[in-house]
Structure formats: structure tokens, C-alpha cells
Design a protein around this ligand. Structure first.
Ligand code: GCU
Length: 600
């Protein structure tokens, strides 16, 4: 490349980056603990226009021009448009949109009023994959990323009475998206989680972090961040049950460090204890229910509250199998989490993206640890100049929302990315450092499947393991890769052998009810074949040094367009232990028996 070409490329990258950052103008990371605020729900029926021709921007749909002269006409209108339920993916609501990947424009009229000493924010729980948000014909900003919340301050933009909110959602996959062009789940699009108007005082408690210091069972190390004009305020953090009333004072930036000791009843799966916490300053007061626990590794052990544990997990996609739709409600969450409890789990791996906030809160109440994961999945274009910025945004948004949820014990930063991809190692090592800097109290890991399996021996080697607290590997021996010997005789060579090993995915497919067919042939998708894979895997687990947890892929059969077999799959990945109709396969009983007998 000539010098001139290099200069032009550098300028182009700068322009792209400037455009990307500018287009994100105003899309803020959300305030902490939205649920504790005065909220105006905008859930319900929204007008919707699908825009497969992607002409809405060009036509400036958000302006909603009305015919002025008799000869005027416009080839779009929300008047007379169909309606979609919000929250909820659009694919499962309208059969013509079942596999749609494109733009859908939503409109809602909200009756709002300016209030003295009150600030107002427009909040979205998640929009997949991107959102351009307009209020009364003015663009508030954009957000990219289908699984984390965002907000816009609208205090000075609303008018008393009816306000028009128009959102362009677009679930087209992007080569430099996160995830990228290919992923093994249905690309549900639209406003998939709650929409609310949040009200706060003029100066309010915008953010806080209240958790035990890494490695401590009695010392809280955290902070509070105020936002507004009166920042040098005294702040009190109360935990009435512990007679704590910790007092501090915010600095000129509104920041105040927290550090106090107490004797906590520690949160655990057996005793999911949470405390009522009150945060107060002169202008604001909010409450939260916070659990306190310690999670760390020590050599090859995973320690929960200083005691070694074995993680009995299961993978879950955010899909209500019965509704065949993106899960978003408490009812959806409880269906999935109760099923994980019934299997005998103490942890749920929320694959492969942050699930809705209530999923994490419900897990915390039920005594389920949570593995939360970024959709940095398989084929990511790490060499694209925007991708590291997008990764960091998603990391910050994921942690901002859930950092006070003690159920979250693992931040997983990637799944099965390809070693050798340009910039992959550097981008993910940088992201790991950023994650550690934001939150050092949890385990941080990358999920890998680059291990070699030859001569019935595994060689675990990926560079990223050096930066992970866990050796988390996905292996499908017995399904994608036939056994090369007896499961009980598998040998292991693990380059970072002093760390806990976690089998983050294993399993096989079966169509529920497909029995009494040749049980030794994978191509029949029989329950017996899947059952045998589980028996063999459990046999192999005994050979794994430092094994500290396993996580079958996955709880329910789920939708994925690449799963095309017309008899056995019909658009479903059939690795579920349970069918999409809630029927337990034979393998479910093998796994349940293993967890029942396995020491925690
Ligand atoms: C991979 C991947 C999953 C995928 C699974 C499968 O390990 O992490 O997202 O669904 O394999 O092939 O079923």
C-alpha cells in the first residue's frame, strides 16, 4: 500500500470512527437500579411499519409529513399501520416477519408533562440489533447492540401533553457487528424489552456499586455517583437489618467511595440472602435488595464464600420455548429458571448475550448463580476499527446494569472466537483488562473450543486461557467428533493447568419421542443416542484434572435457522434436554441423576 493510500485509509478510519461515536450521541449507559425509580411504562401496542426496502431514512419517516395540498401524498403513514406488542420480538408476532431481517419503524404517542425539579429519561431495555430514536421529530440518538439497555435524557425535549416517539429498529446482521454475520440462534428483532420514561430528582443517585471487596467476607468496597448540579452532597447508605448507616460525602464530581465492615449472612444457592439497602442524599433516595458473597479462584478451586464448590450448570438461550419467542417477561424467566432448578443446577449460563434484567434478579432470589456473557461469538471482525469500541460499549452496559447483582459470578467475554483472526488476541486481552478495571470482584473468562482431540487425548492450549480465571471449553465429543477411544481413558494436556476447568458446553441432538430406532446411529436423532453421549461424557468427566463444573448444551430445544433437517430439526437446534414443548428427553434423567449425586 502506497504512502498516500495509507494516509487516505487512516483518514477514512478517523472519519468512520467520528461518525460512529457521533451517531451514538446521547445514547447513555443507563442509570443504576431503574426499577426503583418513578416510571411511566410505554409498554403495550405500538404502531409499526416494516421497511424491507430500507427507504424510511430517505423518506424521513420520523417527520410524518401530512398532505398540505390536494395533490400531496406520502407513501407511508403510521395512521392505519398495524400494531406490535412492546416488549416482544416482531418475528413471532407477525407471520410475514417470521424470518425478517431488516428495519421496522415503531411509533408511540406518550402523554408526558414537564415537572419542577424533575428530570426525565427515555429508557429501552434492549432493541435488537440497532435503534435510531426520535422524539417529536428530533433525533435523540442511536444505539447498537441487541441485548443491553440504553437511555436518553429528554427533560428539555418533551412538551406537555402528547409526545411522539418513533424508533427505527434494524436486526440486519453486520460484518462488523457483535455478534457478526453468523450465529446459532434466531435473530429476533425489534423492541424486545421494556420501554419506560424514568423520572429522577434534579440531582440524583445515577450509579453505585455495593459489593464485597474481592476475597473478603465482611468488607464492602464500593462507590456512589451523583448526577446533577448539587454534587457535593452528604450520602448515607443504610442497611437497617445490620444497623448500618454509613455516611460519606461526594466530591465535586459527585463521586463518593464506600468502605465499611459488617457481619453479613452471605448469599449462596442454599441461602440466597439479600439485604434491604437504602441510599440517600439530600435530593434523592432509592432502595435496592443486595446480596453479599465472595467468588474467587484459588489454584484449581472455585471458592464461593471461601468454600470450594462444583458448578452444576446448564446453558439457556433467551427464548420461551412454548411461545416460540424471545423471552422477556417474569413468566418467561421463571419458566426457564425453575426448569434449571429442577434439573439440579446451581448456575445458569445465559448464552450468548446478556439476558433481560429480571432473569438475573429472579436467579438471585432463587439461589442460582449467573454466568453472563457478551455476544462476541465465533466469527467477529476484530480487525475492524470500530469493533473494539463496540465491544467496550457492550461490556460497560452489561456491567453497569448487573454489577450489584451478587448472583452474577462470571463475566464471560467471548465464545469460540477463532485464534489466528487478525487482532483477536489483542482485542480480547484488552477487553479483559478493561473488564477487570471496571469490576474486579467476579471471575472473568473466555469460552474456547480450539482444543485438539487426537488419539483420545485433549490438548488445551489457547492464549486467552492465560487471561481467564477459568479454563472454559466447549467440546462435543460423541456428537460432532466421534470418540477415539474409551471415555474413561481420555488423556488431558492443559497448558494452564493450575486453573479450574469448566466444561461450558457438551451434548448431542435428539428429537423428543424418536425412540426404538437404531440407537447407535447419530443420523436418527434418537433419544437413546443423545442419552448415551451423556453417559459417556459423564464417564469422561472423571478423567479431567481440576474439573470444577459442567454445563450441558442446553436446557430446551431452541430455534436456529441453520438447523434444516426436515424431519428431525425443522429449524430447531435439538440439543435440548427438554423439547420445545416441555417434554424431558432420556438424557435429562442422566444429567439430573449426575447432579443429584454430585457434591456441590
Ligand atoms: C457451539 C456454540 C453454540 C452452538 C453449539 C451447537 O458450541 O457455542 O452456540 O449452538 O455449538 O453447535 O449446537
Amino acid at each position: 500500500m502506497s504512502q498516500l493510500q495509507k494516509i487516505c485509509k487512516a483518514h477514512l478510519v478517523t472519519i468512520l470512527l467520528a461518525f460512529f461515536l457521533a451517531s451514538k450521541a446521547n445514547a447513555q449507559t443507563t442509570m443504576a437500579n431503574v426499577a426503583s425509580r418513578n416510571l411511566i411504562s410505554l409498554n403495550g401496542k405500538w404502531k409499526a411499519l416494516s421497511d424491507p426496502g430500507a427507504v424510511g431514512d430517505w423518506k424521513k419517516i420520523w417527520m410524518e409529513p401530512k398532505p398540505q395540498k390536494k395533490t400531496d401524498f406520502f407513501e407511508y403513514s403510521f395512521g392505519g399501520a398495524p400494531e406490535l406488542n412492546v416488549p416482544g420480538d416482531f418475528n413471532s408476532q407477525v407471520c410475514e416477519l417470521a424470518f425478517y431481517e431488516g428495519a421496522v419503524w415503531y411509533k408511540k404517542t406518550a402523554t408526558l408533562f414537564k415537572k419542577k425539579n424533575t428530570r426525565q429519561f427515555l429508557y429501552f431495555g434492549a432493541v435488537n440489533y440497532s435503534a435510531d430514536v426520535y422524539l417529536n421529530e428530533e433525533k435523540l440518538g442511536s444505539h447498537e447492540g441487541g441485548f443491553t439497555p440504553f437511555q436518553f435524557e429528554i427533560t428539555d425535549k418533551i412538551k406537555d401533553g402528547d409526545n411522539t416517539i418513533i424508533v427505527k429498529t434494524d436486526n440486519r446482521r453486520l460484518e462488523n457487528g457483535i455478534p457478526g454475520l453468523g450465529f446459532d440462534w434466531l435473530n429476533y428483532g425489534g423492541i424486545i424489552r421494556d420501554v419506560k420514561v424514568i423520572e429522577t430528582p434534579g440531582t440524583y443517585i445515577a450509579d453505585y456499586f455495593i459489593q464485597l471487596k474481592k476475597g473478603s467476607l465482611n468488607s464492602v468496597l464500593g462507590w456512589v455517583q451523583l448526577n446533577g448540579e448539587h454534587l457535593n452532597q452528604k450520602i448515607t447508605v443504610r442497611i437497617p437489618e445490620l444497623n448500618i448507616a454509613y455516611k460519606t460525602k461526594a466530591d465535586s464530581s459527585g463521586y463518593a467511595k464506600l468502605e465499611f465492615l459488617s457481619k453479613f449472612k452471605l448469599w449462596s444457592p442454599q441461602n440466597p440472602k439479600r439485604y434491604h439497602v437504602i441510599l440517600q442524599c439530600a435530593t434523592d433516595s432509592i432502595t435496592d435488595e443486595i446480596g453479599f458473597r465472595s467468588i474467587e479462584t484459588k489454584g484449581s478451586e472455585i471458592l464461593l464464600n471461601k468454600k470450594p464448590i462444583f458448578i452444576k450448570a446448564v446453558n439457556i438461550h433467551e427464548e420461551n420455548p412454548i411461545k416460540k419467542a424471545r423471552a422477556f417477561s417474569l413468566e418467561d424467566d421463571r419458566l426457564l429458571l425453575n426448569s434449571a432448578k429442577e434439573l439440579g443446577c446451581n448456575l445458569v449460563r445465559l448464552a450468548h448475550y446478556p439476558h433481560n434484567e429480571d432473569m438475573i434478579k429472579e436467579a438471585e432470589k432463587m439461589g442460582l448463580m449467573v454466568w453472563s456473557e457478551l455476544p462476541i461469538y465465533q466469527n467477529i471482525k476484530f480487525s475492524d476499527s470500530l469493533v473494539p469500541y463496540k465491544m467496550q460499549d457492550m461490556l460497560q452496559e452489561m456491567i453497569a446494569r448487573d454489577k450489584n447483582r451478587c448472583s452474577v459470578v462470571v463475566w464471560s467475554l467471548s465464545n469460540e472466537t477463532y485464534p489466528g483472526t487478525p487482532n483477536r488476541d489483542k482485542a480480547l486481552i484488552d477487553l479483559t483488562e478493561k473488564c477487570k478495571a471496571i469490576d474486579s470482584t467476579r471471575l472473568i473468562t473466555h469460552v474456547i473450543n480450539t482444543q485438539g482431540y487426537t488419539n483420545n487425548s485433549f490438548h488445551i492450549w489457547d492464549t486467552l486461557y492465560k487471561y481467564s480465571d477459568l479454563i472454559a471449553l466447549n467440546e462435543y465429543i460423541g456428537w460432532y467428533i466421534p470418540w477415539q477411544g474409551k471415555p474413561s481413558e481420555v488423556k488431558w494436556k492443559i497448558d494452564f493447568s493450575n486453573k479450574p476447568v469448566f466444561i461450558s458446553e457438551f451434548g448431542a441432538e435428539a428429537l423428543y419421542g424418536n425412540r426404538n430406532v437404531p440407537a447407535d446411529q447419530a443420523s436418527y436423532w434418537s433419544e437413546e443416542y443423545q442419552e448415551q453421549v451423556y453417559k459417556n461424557q459423564i464417564e469422561m468427566f472423571k478423567t479431567i484434572p481440576n474439573l470444577r463444573g459442567v454445563c450441558p448444551w442446553l436446557l430446551f430445544d431452541y430455534r436456529s435457522l441453520g438447523r434444516m433437517h426436515p424431519v428431525y430439526q425443522k429449524g430447531y437446534n435439538r440439543k435440548g434436554l427438554i423439547s420445545e414443548n416441555g417434554e424431558k428427553k432420556k438424557a435429562w434423567f442422566i444429567m439430573n441423576d449426575y447432579y443429584t449425586k454430585k457434591e456441590e
